[in-house]
Design a protein around this ligand. Structure first.
Ligand SMILES: Cc1cc2nc3c(=O)[nH]c(=O)nc-3n(C[C@H](O)[C@H](O)[C@H](O)COP(=O)(O)O)c2cc1C
Ligand code: FES
Length: 422
């Protein structure tokens, strides 16, 4: 049997080639890989992104989650259904969908799997017409922030300083001590101490270990990981490399939601740059250490963000959460010790090592630390009107304010608040 990522990649390739996954292709894949057909069927039927029947000529998904709902998704859905019924090829489909990962550019839609954002009813119909004519649909462009984020210790200077230092010294104890002293906690939600997680993986015996980045980010209204993937991919690659050098893992995987196609390209470009500079691959910077890094495109589904479900998906299975314990630190991908962290967690590590743990702790108050938050301008306005000012301009944000205003925002112009203080 081929490994999990290979099965998923094959399924994606079959769907790309045919527009869906024909039964004959499933039989062929089963025979070729020695994977029982029922297992492959079970996998394909689990993920909403895989199709077992031919795709409609035009399929429009209108996101009606949080941000898009507030930007008129319901009316857009109704109008588009009417207009498509009158103009697009028979069999075309328009339906509501959950978050498409463009919450800062609502309303967002997908037309034949291409995500388009900040649409109007007219611009959406242009995309529908392109799909019906078989011409390319203009996808979202990534606009990178020209500023250096505070979380980037390198600016225009030489990058990967923390990894170079560790490759030369081999002092993994010092790195773990710094992370523990910084009190960095996982940014994916559960807040587990990162230094302790990496120490557990390092101390668990085994020749094969993994580093996994959770870039599934499917929570409606959330786009902070996407922003980091676009703007500081070098910090993600360096954070994962540091994790590999510390724990002894030789392979890392960046698990990214499939709607982040442009961001996947950005990360892959950074991986290639790092590899060309001798920072990935074998004998990293002459240290004798190996660390390979690759991306994995999620077959979709909110539950894939839960770490054990994500590992199941990586193994080519249905993304059904595992019972815990054991935890991934000791029994992770393929049952091997695995450090799985959120994008932001990895991104934070180089600056902690460059500036020191006390610097990191000084970024927050009362035990809180630096943290990236996704806001729309509605929330920004509400915060500006209140006592604490706007976090985007480097002021402090009180949780009580966020709670008070986060549920009571008014207005209708969501947009990205670039987190200058990140
Ligand atoms: C239903 C569910 C969805 C989740 N989705 C995400 C996600 O999209 N991204 C993420 O990093 N963590 C997500 N998590 C948390 C992960 O399970 C895990 O705690 C995290 O990836 C660990 O990384 P960290 O220690 O850096 O936070 C989710 C958890 C649950 C229960
Ligand atoms: S893209 Fe619509 S809520 Fe996220």
């Amino acid at each position: 049997m081929t490994d999990g990522p290979a099965v998923m990649k094959e399924l994606r390739a079959i769907q790309r080639a045919n527009g869906y996954i024909p039964a004959t292709a499933l039989h062929e894949l089963s025979d070729r890989t020695g994977t029982p057909l029922y297992q492959i069927q079970g996998v394909v039927s689990f993920y909403p992104h895989f199709r077992l029947t031919p795709a409609p000529p035009v399929e429009v998904l209108v996101c009606d989650d949080l941000s898009c709902h507030r930007r008129g998704a319901v009316a857009l859905l109704t109008e588009t259904q009417e207009r498509v019924a009158g103009s697009a090829p028979p069999g075309s489909v328009v339906r509501a969908a959950s978050c498409l990962g463009r919450c800062d550019r609502a309303p967002a839609c997908a037309v034949n799997d291409v995500v388009v954002s900040r649409v109007t009813a007219d611009s959406l119909m242009d995309a529908v017409a392109a799909a019906a004519a078989g011409t390319p649909i203009r996808a979202d462009a990534v606009v990178r922030d020209p500023r250096t984020l505070d979380v980037d210790p390198y600016g225009a200077g030489e990058r990967y300083g923390a990894a170079r230092k560790l490759a030369a010294s081999g002092d993994t104890n010092a790195l773990i001590a710094s992370l523990k002293a910084s009190e960095l906690r996982g940014m994916g939600g559960a807040g587990f101490p990162t230094g302790l997680k990496w120490e557990i993986v390092r101390n668990t015996p085994g020749d094969t270990k993994y580093i996994v980045c959770n870039a599934d980010e499917s929570e409606p209204g959330t786009f902070k990981d996407r922003f980091l993937l676009e703007n500081v991919p070098h910090l993600l690659v360096e954070g994962m490399l540091l994790a590999g050098l510390v724990t002894g893992a030789r392979r890392g995987i960046v698990y990214v939601r499939h709607e982040y196609e442009a961001q996947i390209e950005i990360v892959e470009h950074e991986i290639a740059t790092a590899r060309a500079a001798g920072l990935l691959g074998t004998n990293i910077l002459g240290s004798g250490r190996t660390f390979e890094l690759e991306t994995f495109v999620s077959p979709g589904g909110y539950i894939c963000g839960e770490e054990s479900a994500l590992l199941e998906a990586l193994e080519g299975k249905r993304a059904e959460p595992r019972n815990k314990p054991p935890f991934p630190g000791t029994h992770g991908l393929h049952g091997k010790p695995t450090a799985i962290n959120n994008v932001e967690t990895f991104v934070m590590v180089p600056s902690i090592l460059a500036h020191g743990p006390e610097w990191f702790k000084a970024q927050g108050k009362n035990g809180a630390a630096k943290e990236a938050l996704s806001f729309t301008s509605e929330v920004r306005r509400a915060l500006r009107d209140s006592r604490g000012g706007c976090i985007g301009h480097g002021r402090n944000l009180r949780k009580s304010q966020l709670r008070a205003h986060g549920t009571a925002v008014r207005g209708a112009t969501p947009s990205v608040l670039r987190l200058r203080r990140l």
